[in-house]
Every structure is written in structure tokens, then in C-alpha cells.
Write a protein that binds this ligand. Sequence first.
Ligand SMILES: [Zn+2]
Length: 215
Amino acid sequence: MPLPREIRGVRRRGKYIVFALDQGFLVFHLRMTGQLVLEGSPAEGARAVFALDEGFLSFVDRRRLATAEYSRELRLELGPEPRGDLSWLPWALKGSRRPIKLWLMDQKNIAGIGNIYAAEILFSAGIDPRRPANSLRSNEVRRLMEAIPAVLEAAIAHRGTTFSDYRDASGSPGGFQELLRVYQRAGELCPRCGTPIERIELGGRGTYFCPRCQK
Ligand SMILES: [Zn+2]
């Protein structure tokens, strides 16, 4: 990437943070542990540091799971945003027999839903995460269409979920982990019916649900 570059805009798309430059794009995917830190000096142990007109933007990632890529053109294979119009959802679900949780986490179907929020969305909608996507009845799809934006709006209002490294852009941890109802709560009692929350593996990921509320 030839330097210096001008930052024309910053936006989020799905799980990506995209810096539109005067030439090309700088695309970050922070995953579980990445951070972008804006400070007066470069952050210690940063994987990359961008000198700005004022201050420094440091890309920090203790566990090296996050990515930063420069590309001339923006090519992200992502489905629609989950907080916009979801009227396409019933039709899209009919085309897949995959378990609904894996369908929701496939970024090509719908952008931005990860393991934590998929679990919370399905609890909120009362749907078993193993159900084939095309088996959902219309009332269940309707509950899903309400739960997707509701859970994400609540998480955003609490500035995200912090288990270890996640910090928001101002360096503060999120607060939504206090409000999680099933994720990482195996053995604890369902807040709705009192049945112990179960944990299974689905697509190689820990999956939490209430066996009674989620049919
Ligand atoms: Zn329950």
C-alpha cells in the first residue's frame, strides 16, 4: 500500500470494519481478540500502526486471530445486514436444510451474526438450534424476524459482549455479557422456565439452548 493515504470514510459491513481510502480499501476483521486503538502514541505490542494527522491508530491482537488487509477493490461476500428489511428471510430459509443456527452464522446468508448472538437470537425466538432452516413454520419465522434485530439492538445498546479482549472504540469493555440468557450458561437455569441450559456441539461450535423453551 503506497503511502501516505487519505481516509475518506469508515464504515461497518457485517463483521468487517472498512476504511475507504483515496485508493483502495483497508479492511479489518477483529474476530474474538482484535482491537483498533486510537491514541496519542502507538500501542504497545501492536501488529500494525497507522500514523494519522493527529495521533496513531494501532491494530492490536494478542491472540493473532484478527486480520487486516489492503485491497484495491472491495470484495466481501456477504448477505444482507440483519437490522434492515428482513422480508426476504422466509423465502431464503425455505431453500436450506442446514440447522438454523449454522444458517444464521453463514455470512453469505446474512451478515454479522456470530456464535454468541445466534444462540441468544434462537433462545429469544424459542427455536431449537438444530432445526433445519426449511422446517420453520411461519409463526416461528416471524419470531425469528423479531428476535434478530431485537437481540442485536440490545447488544449494541450495551456496547457489545466482552469475555476477554473485546473493547469498543473508546477502549471500554462491553456490558452485554451480563444479559446473555443461554450463551456459556450450561447447567444454569433457563430464565424463562427454570430448566437447566444445555450445551451441545453444532458445526464444531459450542451451542447453548433451553431444551424446553426451544422446540
Ligand atoms: Zn426454558
